[in-house]
Design a protein around this ligand. Structure first.
Ligand SMILES: C[S@@+](CC[C@H](N)C(=O)[O-])C[C@H]1O[C@@H](n2cnc3c(N)ncnc32)[C@H](O)[C@@H]1O
Length: 485
């Protein structure tokens, strides 16, 4: 410890690079009232490692001497100390980004990946990212988004700091900016046939991530029916744009909700959005992920009309002896406006002879053992009751039949999480009319596409796994050829 003349001290250059010296007057006032509670820490050159704001306040208060502790550290350790001493501080996103860059330079350099003076906007391996996330107590998802935003449109960081735009809004905007740049680049590339990306439907499948739906104009989709990958279940690709492989449920929820932002833009005001989501256990505790996602979506202007229980017929048997076997999933019906299109479908309860019956569309198909018809006929029976929100065998029995019929058509589904197509038919009949466009941003094997085309609707799908693209194209092409016979 030493008593040093204030005029010999200076700000640490790294501190100046990372942090702004804000709220000095307040700090000076508090030092005046209660004194200097913590000593300053400086290096051998009297550059301040801890206490840069206090130093500024002391100067304003005309202090001449101050007690300091001198610490001899390597240059990298000085930076780590500076960041660590600022842990409790309320930081702007700009300051956070500065910290991220410095930490990444140090840690990447330690693994021999980067030269010291290169301040890259790419922070390298997942391991480095995780380490930074832990050190700064910020999710890896937000770290990636901030870096991406800064790289694409750096002025957005200041708008986020002024609370004029959220990280997710800025991120989505940047995704669009990048996609626009890509489209412009493609237009000037003579070898690129631009027509291939135009939507000229019956159906169109895009082999790309659906985080931005740039190919679709605002408010053109009547129905979105989708099932994103659930958290921490299957891995469909090795790509890091894949949803579901985030480190924690919190990251998954944040990522998925921001991923789905563009769905709100493309959906018509009178449109509907059906979202199927499953839950996951951590250490024997269910994480309640579906409802947590919905709570976030409601903050993004969605209206929740129904939480449908899809009682699965073929659920996975469980061997554990201390809990029930999960046998249902949620399907959430969301809308954008209270005035959405809805075609109330009734269910028959009893036939003439008093026995329970299934809705006629399915009934007829099963009895005649025929393939699904070209057009689905909704079963309207005014005197009968409205469909309820607990979907059981009435709907699912025919799913088995439809899977069989697909096999007969020699189409193998080939997707580990394909929908039974019957759970899609009712929403299509309820919320769309012929020729409307149906979208599945996680298209998989194209089950939603199949239902849409068979019910004379049009279809757009997004999928990142190339194998599934081929599978869907084959499947949907077959339906189109049959329709044209
Ligand atoms: C649960 S599966 C959907 C299955 C589909 N409903 C069906 O019936 O076949 C989720 C799909 O989303 C795809 N996927 C994952 N991340 C994606 C992304 N960022 N953009 C588009 N598709 C993605 C996966 O490859 C997978 O095929």
């Amino acid at each position: 410890m030493a008593l040093i003349e204030i005029s010999t001290l200076k700000h640490h250059p790294i501190n100046e690079e990372i942090y702004s010296l804000s709220n000095i007057d307040e700090l000076a006032k508090s030092i005046q009232e209660v004194g200097l509670l913590e000593k300053l820490i400086v290096n051998a050159d009297f550059e301040i490692i801890s206490g840069n704001r206090r130093f500024e306040a002391l100067k304003r208060l005309n202090f001449e001497f101050v007690e300091v502790e001198i610490k001899e550290l390597s240059k990298d350790d000085e930076i780590l100390y500076i960041i660590s001493y600022n842990k409790q501080r309320v930081k702007t996103k700009r300051e956070l980004l500065n910290e991220i860059k410095h930490l990444s330079n140090i840690w990447k350099q330690k693994t021999g990946r980067k030269s010291k003076d290169e301040m890259s906007s790419n922070i390298g391996t997942q391991k480095t990212r995780n380490k930074i996330s832990k050190e700064l107590d910020v999710s890896t998802g937000n770290i990636s988004k901030l870096i991406f935003i800064e790289k694409t449109e750096t002025s957005f960081i200041e708008l986020i700091d002024k609370d004029e735009i959220s990280i997710n809004q800025a991120y989505l905007q940047c995704v669009r900016i990048n996609a626009d740049k890509q489209i412009k680049k493609n237009t000037t590339d003579k070898s690129n046939n631009n027509h291939k990306d135009k939507i000229d439907i019956d159906y169109k499948i895009f082999h790309k991530s659906s985080h931005s739906l740039n190919e679709i104009d605002d408010e053109t989709i009547q129905l979105i029916f989708t099932s994103p990958p659930y958290w921490n279940k299957r891995k469909y690709t090795s790509k890091n744009i894949e949803i579901g492989s985030e480190k924690t449920p919190d990251e998954y929820i944040e990522n998925l909700v921001s991923h789905l932002l563009d769905c709100h833009r493309v959906l018509k005001k009178e449109g509907s959005f059906y979202l199927n989501l499953g839950d996951t256990y951590i250490d024997k505790s269910l994480q309640n992920i579906p409802h947590r996602v919905i709570i976030e979506l409601l903050k993004n202007n969605w209206i929740l009309r129904n939480t449908i229980i899809w009682k699965k017929k073929n659920y996975l048997p469980q061997s554990n002896k201390d809990s029930l076997t999960p046998s249902y999933e949620f399907i959430f019906h969301l809308v954008k406006s209270k005035h959405y299109y809805y075609n109330q479908i009734k269910t028959p309860t009893k036939s003439e002879n008093g026995k329970k019956v299934k809705p006629s569309i399915y009934h007829r198909e099963v009895e005649e053992k025929k393939l699904i018809r070209k057009t689905f006929t909704p079963y309207f029976a005014n005197e009968l009751k409205n469909l309820n929100d607990f979907w059981t065998d009435d709907i699912l029995e025919t799913a088995t039949f439809n899977q069989v019929s697909l096999k007969k058509l020699n189409i193998s589904i080939g997707h580990p999480a394909a929908f039974p197509i019957d759970i899609i038919i009712l929403p299509i009949l309820q919320t769309t009319q012929e020729n409307d466009i149906v979208l599945d941003p996680f298209s998989g094997s194209g089950s939603v596409g199949e239902c849409a085309l068979k019910s004379q609707r049009q279809y757009i799908g997004y999928e990142i796994n190339r194998n599934f693209i081929e599978l869907q194209n084959k499947r949907l092409q077959q339906i189109i050829s049959k329709k044209n016979i």
